[in-house]
Each structure stands twice: as C-alpha cells, then as structure tokens.
Design a protein around this ligand. Structure first.
Ligand code: NCD
Length: 370
C-alpha cells in the first residue's frame, strides 16, 4: 500500500528514502529557484511547540516548489486557546489544505492527527517519541559528507532518553547498516524500548558509554550531538542534576579523526562549543540547510508532484486492534490523555505483545518517569 502519512521513519522503506535523496539532490542543485510544481497546493504547519528550522524549512520548501503555505506557529493565538481539541483543529485544517505538518508535545499526536485527516500528515516531532523528517536530513547529510551510510560509525551524544531526533535516527542508521555508539550521561541513556527494537528488528546492539573519554571516538565517522531536552523533565530539579553535564569542545575534537564530522539537529545551548564553528568538520549548518531540499523532495513525493513511489519498511510483525473498551495508556505523555474525545486503542501482536495504537507504549511496561 502506498504511504500517505509520515509518522515514523518506519513509514518509509530504504528504497523510498534512497529515491527521496536522489530527488533532494536534484532540488539541492538550486534551492533559490521557485519551481512550477505545486501551484495548486497549500501546505499547513501546525506547531504546538517552538520551532525555527523544521517549520521554516517546510514552509520554504513548499514555497520553492511553487505552492502556498498557511501556518499556526502560536497555538495561543488560535482556537486551541479556547479549548479546541487537536482532533477538531485537524479536521478543520484538513479541509483547507493538501498536506499537514504537525509538531506537538504529546507522544502519538501525529498518529491521532492522521486518524482525523484525509490529507497526508507529516510528524514534525511528537513529544519525545519521533522526528522522522529530521532523520531524513540527518541521513542525507551523512550520505553527502561520507559518500555512504552502510558501514559508517556514528556516535550519538547527549540526551538520548528524551531526544526524538535520536529515536528516529537510530532506526534509520540501523536499517542502512551503520554502526551506532551511544554516549550519554547517567540517566539520559537510550530507552530500553529502542534498544530492544534495534536488537529484535535489525540485530543491532548499540555500544554504550557515559563520557567522551571512555568512548572509542577514533572509530567514529560522525558525532551526532544533542541538547538536553529541558522541556521533557518532570521537575526543574531533575533537569538541574544533568544540566551542562557534557560539551563537545576543541578538546573533544582532538580525540576524533581529521575526517570525523560533527552533526547537531540544533538548537544548541551549551553542549556544542561555538569555537568549533570554523572547523571544516563542523557540518551542522550544512545539515540544517539540507532541510529545504530534503523536505521539498518529501512534499513532492507525498503530493504526487513527482513519481516517487513511497512504500513503508517491510515489517514481518502484524499488529491488529484488540476489541476492548477499558484500555487506558500507561504512558502519561500519550496524546490519549489529552484528547478525551478519542477512545484509546490497544493493538495486539500474534505473540501476545500489546501496545497503544497512538504512542506505541507497550501496555505491560509503564513508561519511566523523567
Ligand atoms: C530538534 C527537535 O525539535 O526535536 N530540533 C529540530 O527539529 N531541529 C532538536 C531539539 O530541539 O533539541
């Protein structure tokens, strides 16, 4: 079945991602041009959390394709402030536009939006869960800078617990055959659910380190640095315990090879020294710039403006809705706790595993508090 929505990076097969990259390279040749491709189409950006790069690069991408954009960048200035549900907001915007790009603090929000929209929905970040379009441009950057994805070694550094860019990226890296190292302070490690998924689906075990000094940095082709996600902590005290606990500086770069690139989804706070900006290995601004051609390719493919067949990753497992009306998701950050008009749905797998249809939290395992 062709892909309509991009909720998780698993919605795109490796072949689809490779085809999107070819189209992105075509668009990247001249991103200043306004192409006559999307003149009948309107893209909407619904952002319930702050954003600079993701929202503006989506909007720039649509404008460069010759389309139009409507935007809700401040929910406080919309009917959300009057108590309107996400489901109703999406139903309305669905009738105004051809494609919805949604960012929301709740996990599973993009899936809920896709349930209520007829037009394609793109997940631009749902809480701490996934951020698949960032992964597209992260993988594209590694491919451009290193010439391949298979066999590259990438160290993911920082808040791997809450970082949604990391949660999508580990899946993409594993599928394309990259080696993954995780470097995280104690308490901010990659959640066990993602480690189990990587092992079960792709046979990948990630090596874990708690500092740059203890990690084999000389083996890395890329360091992917992330910010501590202050907004995801349960209390200010919990954030203070890990605040400023790591920084990639000139000293860190002295430990890596001359050809190791430094990536960051941005924004940075204090984890990436400004002194690195002039180093040719600092690839994060090039990475951010790739957001426009990569998102142009995705929009063109989802709207059928270019013949790029998008297929999902093949998953041997099959999840089916379980008929129950007593299910309440154990994940306190799941959208089903915010949208009381929506009945939470339980999915079951043949081997007895169960999960929430929206945030994918396993029902047997309560989500750990931050
Ligand atoms: C990231 C996000 O929103 O998850 N930013 C982005 O989209 N480039 C990373 C972050 O906020 O730290």
């Amino acid at each position: 079945m062709p892909v309509r929505d991009l909720i998780s990076i698993r919605n795109l097969s490796n072949d689809s991602i490779t085809a999107l990259f070819a189209l992105a390279s075509e668009f990247a040749a001249d991103t200043r041009k306004r192409l006559p491709l999307a003149h009948d189409a309107v893209l909407s950006t619904l952002f319930f959390e702050p954003s600079t790069r993701t929202r503006m690069s989506f909007e720039a991408a649509m404008l460069r394709l010759g389309g139009q954009v409507i935007s809700m960048a401040d929910p406080g200035a919309s009917s959300v402030a009057k108590g309107e549900t996400l489901a109703d907001t999406v139903r309305i915007v669905d009738s105004y536009t051809d494609l919805i790009v949604l960012r929301h603090p709740c996990e599973g929000a993009a899936q809920l939006a896709a349930d209520f929209a007829d037009v394609p929905v793109i997940n631009a970040g749902d809480g701490a869960r996934e951020h698949p379009t960032q992964t597209l441009l992260d993988l594209y950057t590694i491919f451009q800078e290193k010439g391949r994805l298979a066999g590259v070694t990438v160290a993911l550094c920082g808040d791997l617990k809450h970082g949604r860019t990391v949660h999508s990226l580990v899946q993409g890296l594993a599928r394309f055959g990259a080696q993954i190292l995780c470097i995280a302070p104690e308490g901010l490690e990659l959640p066990p659910a993602f480690q189990q998924m990587l092992a079960a689906r792709y046979g990948v075990t990630v090596a874990q380190y708690d500092s740059f000094a203890s990690a084999p940095l000389e083996s890395c082709d890329a360091l992917y640095v992330t910010r501590i996600q202050k907004e995801r902590f349960a209390t200010p005290e919990a954030f203070e315990c890990v605040r400023s606990s790591y920084q990639v500086s000139r000293d860190t770069l002295a430990l890596v090879r001359p050809d190791t690139i430094v990536l960051h989804p941005l924004p940075r706070v204090d984890e990436l020294d400004y002194a690195l900006d002039g180093d040719p290995r600092a690839a994060y601004f090039r990475q951010a710039a790739y957001g426009v051609p990569v998102r142009m390719a995705l929009i063109a493919a989802l709207l059928g403006l270019r013949d790029i067949p998008l297929t999902p990753e093949f998953l041997a497992e099959s999840w089916q809705p379980l008929d129950t009306d007593v299910f309440a998701c154990a994940n306190a950050r799941c959208i089903t706790h915010r949208e009381l008009c929506v009945q939470p749905t339980l999915l079951a797998r043949e081997d007895g595993a169960r999960r929430c249809a929206h945030c994918e939290a396993p029902v047997e395992v309560a989500c750990p508090a931050s």
